[in-house]
Design a protein around this ligand. Structure first.
Ligand SMILES: Nc1ncnc2c1ncn2[C@@H]1O[C@H](COP(=O)(O)OP(=O)(O)OP(=O)(O)O)[C@@H](O)[C@H]1O
Ligand SMILES: [Zn+2]
Length: 484
Protein backbone atom coordinates (compact mmCIF):
# COMPACT_ATOMS: atom_id res chain seq x y z
CA UNK A 1 0.00 0.00 0.00
CA UNK A 2 1.38 3.42 -1.01
CA UNK A 3 1.60 5.88 1.87
CA UNK A 4 -1.06 8.55 1.31
CA UNK A 5 0.29 11.81 -0.09
CA UNK A 6 0.70 14.57 2.50
CA UNK A 7 -1.46 17.64 1.89
CA UNK A 8 0.56 20.67 0.86
CA UNK A 9 -1.01 24.10 0.45
CA UNK A 10 0.45 27.30 -0.94
CA UNK A 11 0.69 29.84 1.87
CA UNK A 12 0.60 33.43 0.63
CA UNK A 13 2.39 34.50 3.82
CA UNK A 14 5.55 32.59 2.96
CA UNK A 15 4.87 32.34 -0.79
CA UNK A 16 5.60 28.64 -0.53
CA UNK A 17 3.73 25.35 -0.62
CA UNK A 18 3.81 23.95 2.92
CA UNK A 19 2.68 20.65 4.45
CA UNK A 20 -0.64 21.22 6.22
CA UNK A 21 -0.19 20.94 9.98
CA UNK A 22 -3.44 21.53 11.82
CA UNK A 23 -3.53 23.65 14.96
CA UNK A 24 -5.84 21.10 16.59
CA UNK A 25 -5.09 17.43 16.01
CA UNK A 26 -7.36 15.95 13.34
CA UNK A 27 -9.24 19.21 12.74
CA UNK A 28 -9.25 21.89 10.10
CA UNK A 29 -10.72 25.32 10.81
CA UNK A 30 -11.22 27.54 7.78
CA UNK A 31 -12.52 31.08 7.38
CA UNK A 32 -13.51 32.43 3.97
CA UNK A 33 -14.15 36.11 3.30
CA UNK A 34 -17.71 36.23 2.09
CA UNK A 35 -19.49 38.53 -0.29
CA UNK A 36 -20.53 42.10 0.29
CA UNK A 37 -24.22 41.80 -0.38
CA UNK A 38 -24.85 45.11 -2.13
CA UNK A 39 -25.32 43.58 -5.55
CA UNK A 40 -25.57 40.22 -7.30
CA UNK A 41 -22.42 38.14 -7.20
CA UNK A 42 -20.71 37.75 -10.55
CA UNK A 43 -19.21 34.50 -11.73
CA UNK A 44 -15.74 35.78 -10.77
CA UNK A 45 -16.87 36.14 -7.15
CA UNK A 46 -18.26 32.63 -7.30
CA UNK A 47 -14.86 31.30 -8.39
CA UNK A 48 -13.64 32.30 -4.91
CA UNK A 49 -16.32 30.09 -3.29
CA UNK A 50 -15.81 27.15 -5.64
CA UNK A 51 -12.14 27.28 -4.63
CA UNK A 52 -12.97 27.48 -0.91
CA UNK A 53 -15.41 24.60 -1.34
CA UNK A 54 -12.82 22.37 -3.03
CA UNK A 55 -10.40 23.22 -0.23
CA UNK A 56 -13.00 22.21 2.37
CA UNK A 57 -13.91 19.02 0.51
CA UNK A 58 -10.23 18.12 0.20
CA UNK A 59 -9.69 18.60 3.92
CA UNK A 60 -12.67 16.32 4.58
CA UNK A 61 -11.32 13.77 2.06
CA UNK A 62 -7.99 13.80 3.88
CA UNK A 63 -9.82 12.91 7.07
CA UNK A 64 -9.84 16.23 8.91
CA UNK A 65 -12.93 17.30 10.84
CA UNK A 66 -13.75 20.51 9.03
CA UNK A 67 -15.24 23.66 10.51
CA UNK A 68 -15.75 26.12 7.68
CA UNK A 69 -17.08 29.62 8.21
CA UNK A 70 -18.08 32.06 5.48
CA UNK A 71 -19.19 35.54 6.39
CA UNK A 72 -21.76 37.83 4.87
CA UNK A 73 -20.62 41.45 4.80
CA UNK A 74 -23.68 43.64 5.22
CA UNK A 75 -21.96 46.75 6.55
CA UNK A 76 -18.66 48.55 6.39
CA UNK A 77 -17.14 47.66 3.00
CA UNK A 78 -16.29 50.92 1.28
CA UNK A 79 -16.22 51.52 -2.46
CA UNK A 80 -12.45 51.57 -2.13
CA UNK A 81 -10.73 48.79 -0.18
CA UNK A 82 -8.71 51.45 1.65
CA UNK A 83 -10.55 54.20 3.49
CA UNK A 84 -11.84 56.21 0.59
CA UNK A 85 -15.37 56.30 -0.77
CA UNK A 86 -18.74 55.41 0.62
CA UNK A 87 -20.16 52.30 2.20
CA UNK A 88 -21.14 50.02 -0.71
CA UNK A 89 -24.34 48.99 1.06
CA UNK A 90 -25.44 52.56 1.90
CA UNK A 91 -24.79 53.65 -1.66
CA UNK A 92 -26.85 50.87 -3.24
CA UNK A 93 -29.68 51.39 -0.74
CA UNK A 94 -29.81 55.09 -1.62
CA UNK A 95 -29.71 54.37 -5.35
CA UNK A 96 -32.53 51.82 -5.10
CA UNK A 97 -34.47 53.79 -2.46
CA UNK A 98 -34.70 50.73 -0.23
CA UNK A 99 -33.63 49.93 3.29
CA UNK A 100 -30.15 48.46 3.64
CA UNK A 101 -31.64 45.48 5.43
CA UNK A 102 -33.83 44.68 2.42
CA UNK A 103 -30.91 45.12 0.05
CA UNK A 104 -28.75 42.82 2.19
CA UNK A 105 -31.48 40.17 2.40
CA UNK A 106 -32.19 40.20 -1.32
CA UNK A 107 -28.56 39.86 -2.42
CA UNK A 108 -27.72 37.35 0.31
CA UNK A 109 -30.50 35.11 -1.03
CA UNK A 110 -29.22 35.61 -4.59
CA UNK A 111 -25.74 34.61 -3.45
CA UNK A 112 -27.05 31.54 -1.64
CA UNK A 113 -28.94 30.51 -4.79
CA UNK A 114 -25.63 30.55 -6.69
CA UNK A 115 -23.95 28.63 -3.87
CA UNK A 116 -26.56 25.89 -4.18
CA UNK A 117 -26.49 25.86 -7.98
CA UNK A 118 -22.72 25.36 -7.92
CA UNK A 119 -23.01 22.49 -5.42
CA UNK A 120 -20.93 24.39 -2.87
CA UNK A 121 -21.37 22.69 0.48
CA UNK A 122 -23.02 24.61 3.29
CA UNK A 123 -20.38 25.83 5.74
CA UNK A 124 -20.74 25.11 9.45
CA UNK A 125 -21.74 28.75 9.87
CA UNK A 126 -22.55 31.84 7.81
CA UNK A 127 -21.54 34.72 10.05
CA UNK A 128 -23.37 37.96 9.32
CA UNK A 129 -21.34 41.08 10.12
CA UNK A 130 -24.19 43.07 11.72
CA UNK A 131 -24.72 40.24 14.26
CA UNK A 132 -21.21 40.78 15.62
CA UNK A 133 -21.07 44.54 16.16
CA UNK A 134 -20.93 44.24 19.98
CA UNK A 135 -17.94 41.91 19.69
CA UNK A 136 -16.32 44.26 17.19
CA UNK A 137 -16.59 47.13 19.63
CA UNK A 138 -15.08 44.95 22.38
CA UNK A 139 -12.22 43.90 20.13
CA UNK A 140 -11.54 47.54 19.20
CA UNK A 141 -11.66 48.59 22.87
CA UNK A 142 -9.08 45.92 23.66
CA UNK A 143 -6.52 47.20 21.18
CA UNK A 144 -7.38 50.93 21.10
CA UNK A 145 -4.98 52.17 23.78
CA UNK A 146 -1.88 50.53 22.41
CA UNK A 147 -2.55 50.44 18.70
CA UNK A 148 -5.10 53.07 17.68
CA UNK A 149 -5.72 56.80 17.60
CA UNK A 150 -8.83 58.84 17.08
CA UNK A 151 -9.45 61.32 14.30
CA UNK A 152 -12.58 63.25 13.51
CA UNK A 153 -13.63 60.60 11.02
CA UNK A 154 -13.03 57.56 13.17
CA UNK A 155 -10.73 55.30 15.14
CA UNK A 156 -7.61 54.43 13.16
CA UNK A 157 -5.18 51.57 13.47
CA UNK A 158 -1.53 52.66 13.61
CA UNK A 159 0.28 50.09 11.47
CA UNK A 160 3.67 51.04 12.94
CA UNK A 161 2.60 49.48 16.28
CA UNK A 162 2.81 45.90 14.99
CA UNK A 163 5.84 44.03 13.75
CA UNK A 164 6.34 43.60 10.04
CA UNK A 165 3.09 45.18 8.81
CA UNK A 166 2.20 44.28 5.24
CA UNK A 167 4.36 41.16 4.99
CA UNK A 168 1.49 39.32 3.35
CA UNK A 169 1.23 41.86 0.56
CA UNK A 170 4.99 42.37 0.44
CA UNK A 171 3.91 45.99 0.35
CA UNK A 172 5.82 49.14 1.13
CA UNK A 173 4.15 51.08 3.89
CA UNK A 174 5.85 54.36 3.07
CA UNK A 175 3.70 57.38 2.85
CA UNK A 176 2.88 58.55 -0.62
CA UNK A 177 2.27 55.05 -1.83
CA UNK A 178 -0.52 55.41 -4.36
CA UNK A 179 -2.88 52.73 -3.14
CA UNK A 180 -4.09 54.46 0.01
CA UNK A 181 -6.09 57.64 -0.17
CA UNK A 182 -4.96 60.36 2.16
CA UNK A 183 -7.02 61.00 5.27
CA UNK A 184 -6.11 64.18 7.10
CA UNK A 185 -4.18 63.41 10.27
CA UNK A 186 -3.21 59.80 9.56
CA UNK A 187 0.12 58.88 11.09
CA UNK A 188 1.09 56.42 8.37
CA UNK A 189 -0.22 56.13 4.85
CA UNK A 190 -1.36 52.56 5.44
CA UNK A 191 -3.27 53.29 8.69
CA UNK A 192 -6.88 52.26 8.35
CA UNK A 193 -10.19 52.94 10.06
CA UNK A 194 -11.45 50.28 12.40
CA UNK A 195 -14.45 52.39 13.41
CA UNK A 196 -15.96 55.01 11.10
CA UNK A 197 -17.86 57.77 12.85
CA UNK A 198 -21.07 59.07 11.34
CA UNK A 199 -20.22 62.63 10.25
CA UNK A 200 -21.97 65.32 12.31
CA UNK A 201 -25.40 66.18 10.95
CA UNK A 202 -25.68 62.90 8.99
CA UNK A 203 -27.56 59.74 9.85
CA UNK A 204 -26.66 56.43 8.42
CA UNK A 205 -29.18 53.65 8.04
CA UNK A 206 -26.79 51.39 9.90
CA UNK A 207 -25.05 52.91 12.90
CA UNK A 208 -24.25 51.87 16.44
CA UNK A 209 -23.14 53.63 19.62
CA UNK A 210 -19.51 53.14 20.55
CA UNK A 211 -16.89 54.75 22.80
CA UNK A 212 -15.83 56.69 19.66
CA UNK A 213 -19.28 57.98 18.88
CA UNK A 214 -22.06 56.74 16.65
CA UNK A 215 -20.80 54.93 13.62
CA UNK A 216 -20.06 51.64 11.94
CA UNK A 217 -17.23 49.11 12.08
CA UNK A 218 -14.51 48.95 9.45
CA UNK A 219 -14.60 46.04 7.02
CA UNK A 220 -11.24 44.62 8.12
CA UNK A 221 -12.30 44.61 11.77
CA UNK A 222 -15.35 42.55 10.88
CA UNK A 223 -13.40 39.62 9.50
CA UNK A 224 -10.86 39.62 12.34
CA UNK A 225 -13.67 39.51 14.88
CA UNK A 226 -15.88 36.92 13.20
CA UNK A 227 -13.02 34.55 12.40
CA UNK A 228 -11.58 34.77 15.91
CA UNK A 229 -14.99 34.54 17.60
CA UNK A 230 -16.07 31.38 15.81
CA UNK A 231 -12.80 29.56 15.14
CA UNK A 232 -10.53 30.88 17.92
CA UNK A 233 -7.03 32.27 17.30
CA UNK A 234 -4.93 30.84 15.87
CA UNK A 235 -6.98 28.87 13.36
CA UNK A 236 -5.77 27.00 10.31
CA UNK A 237 -6.64 28.61 7.00
CA UNK A 238 -8.01 31.96 5.86
CA UNK A 239 -9.10 32.30 2.22
CA UNK A 240 -10.15 35.03 -0.18
CA UNK A 241 -9.59 36.36 -3.68
CA UNK A 242 -6.13 37.58 -4.57
CA UNK A 243 -7.17 41.24 -4.23
CA UNK A 244 -7.52 40.59 -0.49
CA UNK A 245 -3.82 39.82 -0.26
CA UNK A 246 -3.03 43.48 -0.76
CA UNK A 247 -5.06 45.44 1.81
CA UNK A 248 -7.87 43.54 3.50
CA UNK A 249 -5.87 40.60 4.77
CA UNK A 250 -2.72 42.54 5.78
CA UNK A 251 -5.04 44.75 7.83
CA UNK A 252 -6.79 41.77 9.39
CA UNK A 253 -3.39 40.35 10.27
CA UNK A 254 -2.27 43.62 11.88
CA UNK A 255 -5.41 43.65 14.06
CA UNK A 256 -5.01 39.99 14.93
CA UNK A 257 -1.43 40.58 16.01
CA UNK A 258 -2.51 43.50 18.18
CA UNK A 259 -5.38 41.50 19.68
CA UNK A 260 -3.32 38.40 20.38
CA UNK A 261 -0.56 40.44 22.06
CA UNK A 262 -3.09 42.36 24.14
CA UNK A 263 -4.51 39.03 25.22
CA UNK A 264 -1.22 37.86 26.63
CA UNK A 265 -0.23 35.62 23.75
CA UNK A 266 2.61 38.02 23.05
CA UNK A 267 3.43 36.74 19.63
CA UNK A 268 4.25 39.47 17.17
CA UNK A 269 4.25 36.89 14.39
CA UNK A 270 0.75 35.73 15.21
CA UNK A 271 -1.32 36.38 12.14
CA UNK A 272 -4.58 34.88 13.38
CA UNK A 273 -4.51 32.14 10.76
CA UNK A 274 -1.47 30.00 10.01
CA UNK A 275 -2.13 29.70 6.29
CA UNK A 276 -3.52 32.41 4.02
CA UNK A 277 -4.73 31.19 0.64
CA UNK A 278 -5.87 33.25 -2.34
CA UNK A 279 -7.59 32.32 -5.56
CA UNK A 280 -6.61 34.15 -8.70
CA UNK A 281 -9.11 36.15 -10.77
CA UNK A 282 -11.58 35.20 -13.39
CA UNK A 283 -10.93 37.69 -16.16
CA UNK A 284 -12.51 38.62 -19.42
CA UNK A 285 -10.62 39.81 -22.44
CA UNK A 286 -11.40 43.32 -21.29
CA UNK A 287 -9.92 42.72 -17.81
CA UNK A 288 -10.92 41.58 -14.32
CA UNK A 289 -14.58 40.90 -13.86
CA UNK A 290 -15.80 43.35 -11.27
CA UNK A 291 -19.06 44.14 -9.53
CA UNK A 292 -18.26 47.75 -8.94
CA UNK A 293 -17.65 48.39 -12.64
CA UNK A 294 -21.36 47.72 -13.21
CA UNK A 295 -21.13 45.26 -16.13
CA UNK A 296 -20.69 41.66 -15.17
CA UNK A 297 -21.82 38.11 -15.80
CA UNK A 298 -24.13 36.43 -13.37
CA UNK A 299 -24.52 32.69 -13.04
CA UNK A 300 -28.20 33.14 -13.93
CA UNK A 301 -27.26 34.57 -17.31
CA UNK A 302 -25.23 31.43 -18.06
CA UNK A 303 -28.25 29.33 -17.14
CA UNK A 304 -30.57 31.53 -19.23
CA UNK A 305 -28.34 30.85 -22.20
CA UNK A 306 -28.68 27.11 -21.68
CA UNK A 307 -25.50 26.29 -19.75
CA UNK A 308 -25.84 24.14 -16.66
CA UNK A 309 -24.24 25.90 -13.65
CA UNK A 310 -22.04 22.88 -12.97
CA UNK A 311 -20.43 23.41 -16.37
CA UNK A 312 -19.16 26.66 -14.86
CA UNK A 313 -17.92 24.76 -11.80
CA UNK A 314 -16.07 22.38 -14.12
CA UNK A 315 -14.63 25.36 -16.01
CA UNK A 316 -13.21 26.61 -12.69
CA UNK A 317 -11.81 23.19 -11.76
CA UNK A 318 -10.10 22.81 -15.12
CA UNK A 319 -7.75 25.63 -14.09
CA UNK A 320 -5.55 25.64 -11.03
CA UNK A 321 -6.99 28.06 -8.47
CA UNK A 322 -3.80 30.14 -8.45
CA UNK A 323 -3.88 30.72 -12.21
CA UNK A 324 -5.81 33.47 -13.82
CA UNK A 325 -8.77 32.05 -15.72
CA UNK A 326 -10.13 33.76 -18.79
CA UNK A 327 -13.83 33.38 -19.32
CA UNK A 328 -15.18 32.75 -22.81
CA UNK A 329 -18.44 31.28 -24.07
CA UNK A 330 -16.47 28.78 -26.16
CA UNK A 331 -14.60 27.65 -23.05
CA UNK A 332 -17.87 27.27 -21.16
CA UNK A 333 -19.34 25.30 -24.08
CA UNK A 334 -16.35 22.96 -24.04
CA UNK A 335 -16.72 22.48 -20.27
CA UNK A 336 -20.39 21.62 -20.77
CA UNK A 337 -19.51 19.01 -23.38
CA UNK A 338 -16.93 17.52 -21.04
CA UNK A 339 -19.47 17.42 -18.23
CA UNK A 340 -21.97 15.69 -20.55
CA UNK A 341 -19.39 13.02 -21.38
CA UNK A 342 -18.74 12.47 -17.67
CA UNK A 343 -22.45 12.29 -16.87
CA UNK A 344 -23.09 9.85 -19.71
CA UNK A 345 -20.19 7.65 -18.68
CA UNK A 346 -21.47 7.59 -15.10
CA UNK A 347 -25.04 6.99 -16.32
CA UNK A 348 -23.88 3.86 -18.16
CA UNK A 349 -22.56 2.33 -14.95
CA UNK A 350 -26.11 1.20 -14.15
CA UNK A 351 -26.29 -0.88 -17.32
CA UNK A 352 -24.43 -4.08 -18.16
CA UNK A 353 -21.14 -3.28 -19.83
CA UNK A 354 -20.72 -3.89 -23.54
CA UNK A 355 -16.96 -4.39 -23.13
CA UNK A 356 -15.27 -7.21 -21.30
CA UNK A 357 -14.38 -5.87 -17.88
CA UNK A 358 -11.64 -6.97 -15.55
CA UNK A 359 -10.76 -6.05 -12.01
CA UNK A 360 -7.18 -4.83 -11.69
CA UNK A 361 -6.19 -3.88 -8.17
CA UNK A 362 -2.74 -2.57 -9.12
CA UNK A 363 -4.12 -0.31 -11.80
CA UNK A 364 -6.78 0.93 -9.40
CA UNK A 365 -4.24 1.65 -6.67
CA UNK A 366 -2.11 3.59 -9.18
CA UNK A 367 -5.12 5.66 -10.18
CA UNK A 368 -6.00 6.39 -6.56
CA UNK A 369 -2.43 7.54 -5.95
CA UNK A 370 -2.65 9.74 -9.04
CA UNK A 371 -5.87 11.36 -7.82
CA UNK A 372 -4.79 11.78 -4.24
CA UNK A 373 -1.33 13.09 -5.13
CA UNK A 374 -2.89 15.63 -7.48
CA UNK A 375 -5.46 16.97 -5.07
CA UNK A 376 -2.96 16.92 -2.18
CA UNK A 377 -0.55 18.97 -4.26
CA UNK A 378 -2.07 22.36 -3.54
CA UNK A 379 -5.43 21.27 -4.97
CA UNK A 380 -4.41 20.34 -8.49
CA UNK A 381 -7.96 19.87 -9.74
CA UNK A 382 -7.08 19.67 -13.49
CA UNK A 383 -5.01 16.55 -12.79
CA UNK A 384 -7.62 15.12 -10.44
CA UNK A 385 -10.28 15.33 -13.17
CA UNK A 386 -7.93 13.56 -15.58
CA UNK A 387 -7.53 10.71 -13.06
CA UNK A 388 -11.32 10.37 -12.81
CA UNK A 389 -11.73 10.29 -16.59
CA UNK A 390 -9.02 7.67 -16.82
CA UNK A 391 -10.92 5.29 -14.53
CA UNK A 392 -14.16 5.86 -16.44
CA UNK A 393 -12.46 5.07 -19.75
CA UNK A 394 -10.83 1.91 -18.38
CA UNK A 395 -12.03 -1.64 -18.01
CA UNK A 396 -12.66 -1.93 -14.28
CA UNK A 397 -16.07 -3.41 -13.43
CA UNK A 398 -18.96 -0.97 -13.19
CA UNK A 399 -19.35 -1.26 -9.43
CA UNK A 400 -15.66 -0.44 -8.94
CA UNK A 401 -15.98 2.59 -11.20
CA UNK A 402 -19.08 3.72 -9.33
CA UNK A 403 -17.30 3.58 -6.00
CA UNK A 404 -14.44 5.61 -7.45
CA UNK A 405 -16.81 8.24 -8.86
CA UNK A 406 -18.40 8.54 -5.44
CA UNK A 407 -15.03 8.94 -3.74
CA UNK A 408 -13.51 11.44 -6.21
CA UNK A 409 -16.66 13.44 -6.74
CA UNK A 410 -16.88 14.04 -2.99
CA UNK A 411 -13.85 16.26 -3.66
CA UNK A 412 -14.73 17.67 -7.09
CA UNK A 413 -18.39 18.31 -6.27
CA UNK A 414 -19.73 17.87 -9.81
CA UNK A 415 -22.75 15.94 -8.52
CA UNK A 416 -21.99 13.17 -11.00
CA UNK A 417 -24.07 10.49 -9.29
CA UNK A 418 -27.22 12.58 -9.43
CA UNK A 419 -26.99 14.55 -12.66
CA UNK A 420 -28.72 13.13 -15.71
CA UNK A 421 -28.43 13.94 -19.38
CA UNK A 422 -31.82 15.59 -19.20
CA UNK A 423 -30.67 17.84 -16.33
CA UNK A 424 -27.85 19.14 -18.48
CA UNK A 425 -30.12 20.04 -21.35
CA UNK A 426 -31.28 23.38 -20.04
CA UNK A 427 -33.74 25.33 -22.10
CA UNK A 428 -32.42 28.75 -23.01
CA UNK A 429 -34.73 31.45 -21.73
CA UNK A 430 -35.30 32.66 -25.28
CA UNK A 431 -36.71 29.27 -26.40
CA UNK A 432 -40.45 29.17 -27.16
CA UNK A 433 -40.88 25.54 -28.21
CA UNK A 434 -41.50 22.96 -25.46
CA UNK A 435 -39.57 19.72 -24.97
CA UNK A 436 -42.72 17.70 -25.72
CA UNK A 437 -43.24 19.51 -29.02
CA UNK A 438 -39.62 18.83 -29.97
CA UNK A 439 -39.92 15.16 -29.09
CA UNK A 440 -43.17 14.85 -31.11
CA UNK A 441 -41.58 16.37 -34.22
CA UNK A 442 -38.51 14.17 -33.76
CA UNK A 443 -40.73 11.08 -33.53
CA UNK A 444 -42.46 12.07 -36.77
CA UNK A 445 -39.05 12.59 -38.34
CA UNK A 446 -37.86 9.13 -37.27
CA UNK A 447 -40.97 7.65 -38.90
CA UNK A 448 -40.33 9.59 -42.10
CA UNK A 449 -36.75 8.37 -42.21
CA UNK A 450 -37.81 4.78 -41.58
CA UNK A 451 -40.19 5.13 -44.55
CA UNK A 452 -37.29 6.62 -46.58
CA UNK A 453 -39.30 9.85 -46.98
CA UNK A 454 -36.24 12.09 -46.83
CA UNK A 455 -38.02 15.15 -48.16
CA UNK A 456 -40.39 15.07 -45.17
CA UNK A 457 -37.54 14.29 -42.80
CA UNK A 458 -35.63 17.36 -44.03
CA UNK A 459 -38.73 19.52 -43.83
CA UNK A 460 -39.24 18.52 -40.19
CA UNK A 461 -35.59 19.24 -39.48
CA UNK A 462 -35.99 22.72 -40.99
CA UNK A 463 -39.15 23.28 -38.98
CA UNK A 464 -37.16 22.58 -35.80
CA UNK A 465 -34.25 24.73 -36.95
CA UNK A 466 -36.62 27.65 -37.47
CA UNK A 467 -37.47 27.39 -33.77
CA UNK A 468 -33.84 27.28 -32.65
CA UNK A 469 -33.57 23.49 -32.29
CA UNK A 470 -30.53 21.90 -33.82
CA UNK A 471 -30.98 18.20 -34.57
CA UNK A 472 -27.76 16.32 -34.08
CA UNK A 473 -27.82 13.23 -36.28
CA UNK A 474 -25.05 10.82 -35.43
CA UNK A 475 -23.89 12.90 -32.47
CA UNK A 476 -21.27 10.76 -30.70
CA UNK A 477 -22.61 11.99 -27.39
CA UNK A 478 -26.06 10.76 -28.33
CA UNK A 479 -27.44 14.23 -27.69
CA UNK A 480 -30.19 14.11 -30.27
CA UNK A 481 -30.98 17.80 -30.20
CA UNK A 482 -29.93 21.01 -28.62
CA UNK A 483 -31.53 24.37 -28.30
CA UNK A 484 -29.18 27.07 -29.48
N1 LIG B 1 -12.89 38.51 -10.93
C1 LIG B 1 -12.76 37.79 -9.81
N2 LIG B 1 -12.29 36.53 -9.88
C2 LIG B 1 -12.17 35.78 -8.76
N3 LIG B 1 -12.49 36.21 -7.52
C3 LIG B 1 -12.96 37.47 -7.40
C4 LIG B 1 -13.12 38.33 -8.53
N4 LIG B 1 -13.60 39.53 -8.10
C5 LIG B 1 -13.75 39.42 -6.76
N5 LIG B 1 -13.37 38.19 -6.33
C6 LIG B 1 -13.46 37.65 -4.96
O1 LIG B 1 -14.83 37.45 -4.70
C7 LIG B 1 -15.05 37.48 -3.28
C8 LIG B 1 -16.27 38.32 -2.95
O2 LIG B 1 -15.98 39.65 -3.17
P1 LIG B 1 -16.93 40.83 -2.76
O3 LIG B 1 -18.34 40.39 -2.65
O4 LIG B 1 -16.33 41.58 -1.65
O5 LIG B 1 -16.86 41.59 -4.13
P2 LIG B 1 -16.41 43.02 -4.46
O6 LIG B 1 -14.98 43.19 -4.03
O7 LIG B 1 -17.44 43.97 -4.01
O8 LIG B 1 -16.54 42.88 -6.00
P3 LIG B 1 -15.70 43.54 -7.12
O9 LIG B 1 -14.26 43.35 -6.74
O10 LIG B 1 -16.13 42.75 -8.28
O11 LIG B 1 -16.16 44.96 -7.17
C9 LIG B 1 -13.75 37.98 -2.69
O12 LIG B 1 -13.02 36.89 -2.18
C10 LIG B 1 -13.02 38.59 -3.87
O13 LIG B 1 -11.64 38.57 -3.69
ZN1 LIG C 1 -12.80 39.45 4.95
Amino acid sequence: MEPSAPLTLFNSLTRRAEPFQPVHEGEARVYTCGPTVYNYPHIGNMRAYVFADVLGRTLSFKGYRLTHVINITDVGHLTDDADAGEDKMERMAAAQKQSIWDIAEHYKQAYWADVRALNIRQPAQWTVATDYVEQMIDFAKGIAAKHCYELESGLYFDVSTVADYGRLARAQTDEGEGRIEAVEGKRNGADFAIWRKTPPGETRQMEWDSPWGKGAPGWHLECSVMSGAVLGFPFDIHTGGIDHREIHHPNEIAQNQAHCCTNGLDDAANSGAKVWMHNNFLVERSGKMSKSSGEFLRLQLLIDKGYHPLAYRLLCLQAHYRSELEFSWEGLGAALTRLKRLVMAVGKLDQPSTKKQRQDATELAANRTWFETAISNDLNTPEAIAALEDVLAGLQPNEVKRAIVEEYDAVLGLDLLNLTRADLRIRPKSATITDDEIEAILAARREARAAKDFARSDALRDELAAQGVEVMDGDPLGWEWKLG
